[in-house]
Each structure stands twice: as structure tokens, then as C-alpha cells.
Design a protein around this ligand. Structure first.
Ligand code: FMN
Length: 232
């Protein structure tokens, strides 16, 4: 969660893996963030300079860094940095704020998959790579997933949102047949988390629920299904 998932917030979460950011990794993305800030969305101003500071503060945790960039170079720079701390880079093909979409960031990449595939194939040669995508569009998600896994993506972090609310479990099921999935959206209690895992996801992630309840992950780990070890 941009503006929230810094080291201080993530260190408090009893999750197996924390995801820092989203961070802006090049000049255009930072300018887009400044525009978003001017319309009141101050959470988007996380620049590349902030990544290293937050990684260092995080201490010994398994982590990924969610990154937005309008250029391949931005991703490559972030990938080198994240790799030097043994982290995972998560390409943000998810953000739908217009300032970012206009400059070829975030979910623009979902509709321009050749660009996304190029980024993933280059970045994954440097660092283990996740791709965060969003459901709810008229898209060939399976075709996209195949291309991403072939390009070297280790795991698709799937926000299986249904426009209007809820989690598209069948979409998780379809993508999980192709490769590793972290299932996301509306994981709010043990039941919804277990449903994500039963749909085939290796892990389940939560954003808003962790904001509402600081002990969220600790409570979820009481479920044997949600606390089993996984290998990606
Ligand atoms: C305040 C806020 C900021 C977010 N920022 C990001 C971001 O920077 N990158 C990203 O990939 N997703 C971002 N998200 C999306 C969440 O990671 C997650 O996919 C979405 O909220 C659905 O999951 P949930 O139902 O567990 O909240 C953000 C969500 C919120 C509420």
C-alpha cells in the first residue's frame, strides 16, 4: 500500500512476506506521483531514494518491493538494488491512478503486454520477480499469465477484484493452474483466506484488513491452512 507499507508498518506485520511500496523508480513516475499528490493523493510519493532506506530499516525479513516506472531503466535500477539485499522485485501492473496510466505505468502494462513481458524478461535475469496484476477487466488473463511465466515471472500477485466488490476465486483458480499465485482481494478473515488457498493460490495477501486490525496476520495464522510453509 503506497504511503503505508514502509519498514515501520511492515515490521509490525506477522506475515511470512511483506511487500514494501509501491515506489516510483524513474523521473516520469515521480512526476506523476507529484501530480497525484496535488489532487490530494499524498500516499503516492515514494521515490527510488526511499527504497534502500526502507529495506535497511526492515531488518531480517523476507520482502518484496512493489515498483512503478515508466521506463525499463527504472525497473533495472530498482532490480539491482533489491537483489543486493536478497529481496524480490514486484512489477506494478496494477495501479489505475490516471497520472501513472498516462505515462505507461501500472495497469497500462496489462493492456500493453509486450512491454510488460520485456520488463519481466529483463528484470527476472537480475532478481526474483513478481508481477502484481488486477482482475476485473475484459482480458485474456490466462494468455497473459502464460506469457509472464514464460518470461521468467516467479509469481503472479493477483488482485482478483470484482468490480463493485469481492474476490474472483475462479480467476485465482485459472491462473494458479498455470503457475505460482499470491491471491489477493477481500481477505478479511480465516474463511476468506482459506478460500483463496483452496482456489490454488500458494499464498494469500491482505492490504485493507491489515490497516483495520494491527493483529490481523497473527489471527490468520491460527488457521493450519494459512500457516503452512510454502516454497515459491
Ligand atoms: C491505500 C492503498 C494503497 C495501495 N497502494 C498499492 C500500491 O502501491 N501498489 C499495489 O500494487 N497495490 C496497492 N494497493 C492495492 C492493495 O495492495 C490490494 O491489492 C487491494 O487493496 C486489494 O486487497 P485487499 O482487499 O486486501 O485490500 C493499495 C491499496 C490501498 C488500500
Amino acid at each position: 500500500m503506497a504511503g503505508i507499507n514502509n519498514a515501520d508498518f511492515c515490521r509490525k506485520q506477522k506475515a511470512a512476506l511483506v511487500i514494501l511500496g509501491g515506489f516510483n523508480a524513474d523521473k516520469k513516475a515521480i512526476e506523476a506521483a507529484e501530480k497525484a499528490v496535488r489532487r490530494g493523493r499524498k500516499e503516492f510519493l515514494f521515490g527510488i531514494d526511499g527504497i534502500e532506506k526502507e529495506i535497511k530499516k526492515l531488518g531480517k525479513r523476507k520482502f518484496a518491493v512493489n515498483v512503478r516506472s515508466s521506463s525499463l531503466e527504472g525497473y533495472l535500477e530498482a532490480a539491482e538494488l533489491v537483489e543486493s539485499y536478497n529481496g524480490i522485485l514486484e512489477v506494478n501492473a496494477h495501479c489505475r491512478q490516471p497520472e501513472f496510466v498516462e505515462i505507461g505505468c501500472g495497469e497500462w502494462l496489462l493492456f500493453n503486454s509486450e512491454k510488460l513481458v520485456e520488463i519481466v524478461s529483463r528484470v527476472s535475469k537480475i532478481v526474483p520477480t513478481f508481477v502484481k496484476i488486477r482482475g476485473g477487466h475484459e482480458l485474456d488473463y490466462e494468455g497473459l499469465a502464460k506469457k509472464l511465466f514464460d518470461a521468467g515471472c516467479l509469481t503472479i500477485h493477483l488482485d482478483a477484484m470484482i468490480p463493485g466488490g469481492g474476490c474472483d476465486y475462479p480467476l485465482i483458480e485459472r491462473i494458479a493452474k498455470i503457475g505460482n499465485v499470491i491471491g489477493n482481494n477481500s481477505f478479511v478473515d480465516i474463511e476468506s483466506g482459506e478460500k483463496i488457498i483452496r482456489s490454488g493460490a500458494k499464498m494469500a495477501s491482505a492490504a485493507r484488513a491489515a490497516l483495520k486490525d494491527k493483529n490481523f496476520f497473527e489471527k490468520m495464522l491460527k488457521s493450519p491452512l494459512l500457516s503452512q510453509p510454502v516454497e515459491l
